[in-house]
Design a protein around this ligand. Structure first.
Ligand code: SAH
Length: 334
């Protein structure tokens, strides 16, 4: 299959590297996306294993359509009934732009009609729409007059790992945290310290990276609702990823001055990373006293927008610099 993994800008390179390592071929970084080829087993494996991707799309058909009627006609020619069941719930999203089709709601509407009409004609009944938790997720990608209809194999975005039950005031998204850690080569660091860890996203992602734990082993994916879904292949890929784990005996340490967010981080750790040795301390970073020589210090500090008053930031950043020298001698600050 031709596949497209989407990501945030700047993470294309690390995502391409991740895809190669997990068995994707013909890997090519694009804009906010990486194109590659994969078989069914690799598609399942990549969904469970990728850290910096948002979703993995499988393009079904690309065609030219300058208006909504042509879009309907082309979408109607797609063999939807060979891809999923009429009892599935579906959701359709649009991205990109088309000069002739500027109303994205109407794009969704026409593609939905095409899918519904296909099933109605062949099977008498139609799939229903679910915006919240659909079985099947379809993405319409517009690029000028070119339209690509894609099935999203992931469904729920891949940054939703399932460990974030509660969260602090300004949590960083899991894929972005993991992507930054990959850019900072956290896997090779002697340890990891987040002096303003909040609910601990960098530390959980960092621990998984160092332990080679796949981040999405146990959650569900849209591909499980496809007609060609093979649960045995899925189970075998889960075992494959489990067997690649190496554990992590490096220090993984978090600080935050807010005792309530540290409590949250601790409860996430207990619930989802029970075997991990990740330590949290409820203290301001000015009091950080720990030796993590050669380690990587990573932080997502207040920057005066979502939190923190701007006039305090100069001092805080200076103290962050001091702290990094004290804690992670010979290491790096990301
Ligand atoms: N990456 C975190 C969010 C960090 S938000 C996550 O994903 O949840 C910034 C955090 O910096 C807040 O939790 C705030 O309590 C903390 N903070 C601000 N000043 C601090 C200081 N002097 N010492 C330690 N933590 C501080």
């Amino acid at each position: 299959m031709e596949c497209v993994a989407t990501c945030r800008p700047g993470l294309e390179g690390v995502l391409a590297e991740e895809i190669r390592e997990l068995g994707g071929t013909s890997v090519e970084a694009a804009k906010r996306a990486v194109n590659f080829r994969a078989g069914q087993a690799e598609l399942y494996r990549l969904n469970m294993g990728l850290r910096s991707a948002i979703q993995i799309l499988v393009p079904l058909r690309t065609f030219t359509a300058r208006d909504y009627d042509r879009l309907y006609y082309q979408a109607r020619r797609t063999n939807w009934h060979q891809l999923f069941r009429r009892s599935s719930t579906i959701r359709i999203d649009v991205n990109g732009r088309s000069p002739g089709m500027t109303n994205s709601q109407y794009v969704i509407h026409r593609v939905k009609d095409a899918i519904v009409d296909t099933f109605r004609k062949l099977e008498g009944e139609r799939p229903s729409i679910s915006k919240g938790d659909p079985d099947i997720h379809i993405v319409v990608h517009l690029q000028g007059d070119r339209v690509t209809l894609c099935l999203d194999s992931s469904g729920i975005p891949l940054f939703k790992r399932g460990y974030r039950v509660e969260h602090g005031p300004a949590p960083i998204k899991e894929d972005l945290a993991a992507g930054m850690l990959l850019l900072g080569e956290a896997g090779a660091a002697a340890g990891l310290v987040d002096p303003m860890c909040g609910s601990g996203t960098f530390l959980f992602e960092g621990w998984m990276l160092m332990a080679r734990r796949a981040p999405n082993l146990d959650r569900g994916f849209a591909f499980e609702h496809w007609l060609d879904y093979d649960p045995e292949v899925h189970a075998a890929q889960r075992v494959y990823l489990r067997e690649r784990e190496v554990g992590c005996d490096k220090p993984v340490l978090g600080w935050d001055k807010d005792a309530a967010v540290i409590e949250q981080a601790r409860s996430i750790k207990e619930a989802f990373f029970a075997e991990a040795d990740i330590r949290f301390t409820a203290e301001p970073l000015q009091q950080m006293a720990v030796d993590c020589a050669g380690g990587l210090m990573v932080a997502n500090p207040p920057y005066g927008e979502r939190m923190g008053r701007e006039e305090d930031l100069g001092l805080l950043y200076r103290e962050l610099g001091e702290g990094s020298k004290r804690v992670a001698r010979g290491g790096r600050l990301l």
